[in-house]
Design a protein around this ligand. Structure first.
Ligand SMILES: Cc1ncc(COP(=O)(O)O)c(C=O)c1O
Length: 471
């Protein structure tokens, strides 16, 4: 969320009347003055007129269906809209007043424990998204590590974590909780966190290693099983036992359905102590829900948990917000029950198939090199490419992104990390509402844009470098 700075632009004098009241008898649907912007209005206006004005202003936000940058859902079933409406007054924290909503959240947690192969009783909760879930998973790891160090009479002042090119939520976690972030930058041919890189960086102050199932930059799954095996060996050799938290923001709701036979990445690996995922990404729920799960209740230190007793029993809670909307959790439960494993596999299977179509087409361009072709066993349904080695098409991927914007498409161009921080990459994220028809339209627009840019190469200093930020 960007911070907004209040400006003191001299505004039209705040009106003491409704916007339309300056007319002798104002028709209800007329808005004759601009909407208040800088001053809190003295009085209100006509609901229809105000609603229409705001709704029309929002049209300038662009069309979310053409936003191929976002991982978050941009389509929801009518039934989800109805459930969200039903839940508009429900506060998720108020387990006393809304015990059935609390029960529904609990059912979701049990279903996720099943989906991610928890060996016995697991522990988990909903969050606002993966960022909050990462924060909670990270805090639990820091607390566990600190207890272990204290018990061994060792210092607790220099915790670190090891990861690949992570999403910004982990930079936040590290900064807010005073953790040294040992982030392995990308290298050509090594886009994912490698077990050897991990072993070079861990020590007894490592609170955890965080591989990502669906790296934000390129969508590929990191080798959780390989990293776990390397840490098992390290444990056997040194006695230092380092847990794994899997950031499965996207993959947590993809791999179980579309790559069920791929190598284990979840609680099947004993070293995986916690997992986060975004319900509002491939969990298919509306914006505002994520999940964090711990392998066993003891993996979540009790002194992080606040016990609420107003249900008569004991309701443990662990979250950053207090009040939170309940609709997203209820909608998530609807999705789980409505779709089941087969439904998720069908919907995400289609997204992978559409991604493959796009990848095949883009691979046909001499000037592009595909890094991820959307294959389900390799990563999320996305296509990621860069300019082919030695290609000099006369334009950059930033130019292409700008050109596609003219047709309403958001196909972001941005740099990677580490040694690839100077190179541009481009990504299409395929969600359930980006169907084959839409893909064909986009591919046609890419062809037109490339032809135009080749025929009219932009002057290099005139090309804006509007790099996409994954925040
Ligand atoms: C790998 C990864 N982790 C965490 C996040 C943050 O997730 P959220 O937007 O649900 O907070 C993202 C968002 O794109 C992500 O890709």
């Amino acid at each position: 969320m960007p911070l907004h700075r209040s400006t003191t632009r001299p505004a039209s004098k705040p009106s003491a009347q409704t916007p339309a009241a300056s007319l002798a008898s104002p028709p209800e649907f007329l808005l004759t003055e601009e909407l208040p912007r800088d001053h809190f209005p003295v009085s209100g206006g006509q609901p229809h007129a105000i609603h229409q004005a705001i709704a029309e202003e929002l049209l300038l936000d662009g069309n979310s269906k053409q936003n191929l940058a976002t991982f978050c859902q941009t389509w929801e079933a009518p039934e989800v809209h109805q459930l969200m409406d039903l839940a508009i007054d429900k506060n998720l924290i108020d387990k006393d007043e809304y015990p059935q909503t609390a029960e529904i959240e609990s059912r979701c947690v049990r279903m996720l424990a099943d989906l991610w192969h928890a060996p016995g009783e697991a522990m988990g909760c909903s969050t606002v998204g993966s960022s909050e879930a990462a924060m909670l998973g990270g805090m639990a790891a820091k607390w566990r590590w600190r207890e272990k160090q204290k018990a061994a009479g060792k210092p607790t002042d220099r915790p670190n974590m090891v990861c690949g090119a992570v999403q910004i939520c982990w930079h936040k976690f590290a900064r807010y909780w005073d953790i040294e972030l040992r982030e392995v930058g990308m290298r050509a041919g090594r886009l994912c966190l490698d077990p050897a890189d991990v072993l070079e960086r861990v020590d007894e102050n490592t609170i955890f290693v965080v591989p990502t199932m669906g790296v934000t930059y390129h969508g590929l799954y990191e080798d959780v099983a390989g990293i776990a095996a390397a840490l098992d060996e390290h444990h056997a050799k040194t006695g230092v036992d380092i847990p794994i938290h899997v950031d499965a923001a996207s993959g947590g709701f993809l791999a179980p359905f579309t790559a069920p036979d791929a190598a284990a990445w979840d609680f099947r690996l004993p070293r995986v102590k916690s997992i986060n995922a975004s319900g509002h990404k491939f969990g298919l729920a509306p914006l505002g829900v994520g999940w964090v799960m711990w392998r066993e209740p003891t993996d979540l230190p009790d002194d992080l948990v606040f016990h609420v007793s107003y249900l008569g029993g004991d309701m443990p809670t662990f979250q950053i917000n207090f009040s939170r909307p309940a609709g997203q959790v209820i909608a998530q439960y609807y999705d789980f029950v409505r779709l089941g494993r087969e439904g998720y596999a069908a919907i995400h299977g289609q997204a992978h198939a559409v991604a493959r179509v796009c990848a095949e087409e883009l691979a046909g361009y001499d000037c592009f090199r595909i890094l991820h072709d959307g294959a389900a066993e390799k990563g999320i349904p996305a296509v990621v490419w860069t300019l082919a080695d030695g290609a000099a098409p006369g334009f950059t991927l930033y130019d292409l992104a700008d050109r596609l914007r003219m047709r309403g498409w958001q196909v972001p161009a941005y740099p990677f990390t580490g040694e690839l921080a100077d190179q541009a990459f481009q990504r299409i994220l395929v969600r359930r509402d980006f169907n084959r028809e839409m893909a064909d339209l986009l591919l046609r627009d890419i062809r037109t844009a490339v032809d135009h840019l080749k025929a009219h190469p932009p002057a290099s200093d005139a090309s804006p470098r509007r790099s996409y930020s994954h925040t």
